[in-house]
Design a protein around this ligand. Structure first.
Ligand SMILES: *[C@@H]1O[C@H](CO)[C@@H](O)[C@H](O)[C@H]1NC(C)=O
Length: 344
């Protein structure tokens, strides 16, 4: 059995052939469904603010967080069961795989921890380091490991409702050389968000959400350095003036897939030609992030949020969608290198 295949609504049939403004392709054969609730498989599983989806190939599971509920979740693809680990130390915005261990890397407020899902109580999480010291209202918003296992993670400034104070945050890289020291890579940023690398690891794609841009840097993998910042695509030029780009992933052709918060869509972009190829519409406005998963890495998992939304207006806000038959597939995720993680 596979997950997320149960619920289907006319809504998707009605929206799926829609074309985004100025997009280059028409796409009609894909299918959108939702991850179903393990308790009641005819209903979708609903979270408050699902984020940071990452596919775990070894466990054939989707890992993700519920930022507001301070939970880390694991969706077992084969059984459809959803496991929950409550952290309870503040907002949990990020989860990532760690090499050679089942322990996970998680961000809680402005700190990075190793998390052991099997351990109960406070010792389930073990502090690695903190960033943005002296800025107690900043939180780590998004992060990912690069191809040699360095973690790149960025913060956002103090937030009230949907508003975030601009230019208060930073983007860091961290790698294990004895003790882990955060290295400032970009400062200031406002809401450090989606990031991924070109398949040949010479380009980093990056999103600071309020800019409304998907940007690129030349990337030096060995040195861990960024240079030559430029814009790949500005979403406000494509009819998404009120949206901001959020999470991002890459596919096996080197194309980008970008979640649009407040935009109710996922964009498929060719970064080399700087073209929007297609905009996949979803029946919710707050689309937070994307990752490829499933046994063939050809299902796009899309996390969404119901934070600050009237549930009557958006009953599916907070669901996790899967988009299948897009004609694209992903690549396996990088893992964070942290030696002896099991004994830390
Ligand atoms: C690496 O990938 C980027 C992004 O697709 C591309 O622009 C660049 O030409 C590639 N570099 C080489 C040496 O192939």
């Amino acid at each position: 059995m596979r997950v997320g295949f149960v619920v289907s609504l006319c809504l998707w049939v009605c929206t799926r052939s829609a074309r985004a403004a100025n997009s280059q392709e028409s796409q009609t054969n894909y299918r959108i469904s939702m991850v179903s609730s393990p308790e009641n498989p005819t209903n979708p599983a609903i979270f408050v603010h699902a984020e940071s989806p990452v596919w775990d190939p070894e466990q054939q599971s989707l890992l993700f967080v519920d930022v507001s509920k301070q939970n880390v979740h694991r969706l077992d693809y084969t059984t459809g069961k959803i496991y929950t680990k409550h952290i309870g130390y503040g907002k949990v915005n990020m989860v990532s795989l760690v090499s050679g261990t089942r322990r996970l890397l998680v961000a809680v407020r402005s700190a990075l921890y190793l998390l052991d899902l099997e351990v109960a109580g406070d010792s389930a999480i073990r502090l690695i380091t903190t960033v943005d010291r002296g800025l107690p209202d900043n939180v780590i918003n998004e992060g990912k490991p690069d191809a040699i296992g360095r973690i790149w993670a960025g913060t956002k400034g103090p937030q009230t409702g949907d508003d975030v104070v601009p230019d208060k945050a930073a983007f860091y890289s961290l790698e294990q050389e004895g003790i882990i020291y955060p290295r400032v890579q970009l400062k200031p940023v406002s809401i450090s968000n989606g990031l991924t690398w070109s398949l040949n690891n010479t380009v980093m794609y990056y999103i600071d959400s309020p800019t409304q841009k998907i940007e690129a840097f030349d990337f030096d993998l060995q040195k861990g350095e960024l240079s030559a910042r430029r814009t790949i695509l500005d979403i406000s030029n494509y009819g998404y003036e009120d949206a901001i780009p959020d999470g991002m992933t890459i596919d096996s052709r080197g194309h980008l897939w970008v979640a649009l918060m407040f935009g109710g869509a996922v964009l498929h972009i060719n970064p080399d030609s700087r073209q929007l190829l297609y905009g996949y519409k979803l029946p919710v406005s707050r689309v937070t992030s994307v990752c490829w998963g499933g046994p063939n890495l050809d299902e796009l998992f899309v996390t969404t949020s119901r934070d600050n939304v009237d549930a009557k207006l958006e009953p599916l806000g907070g669901a996790i969608f899967t988009i299948r038959d897009t004609g694209s597939r992903g690549v396996a995720p990088n893992t964070f290198r942290f030696d002896n993680a099991d004994y830390y």
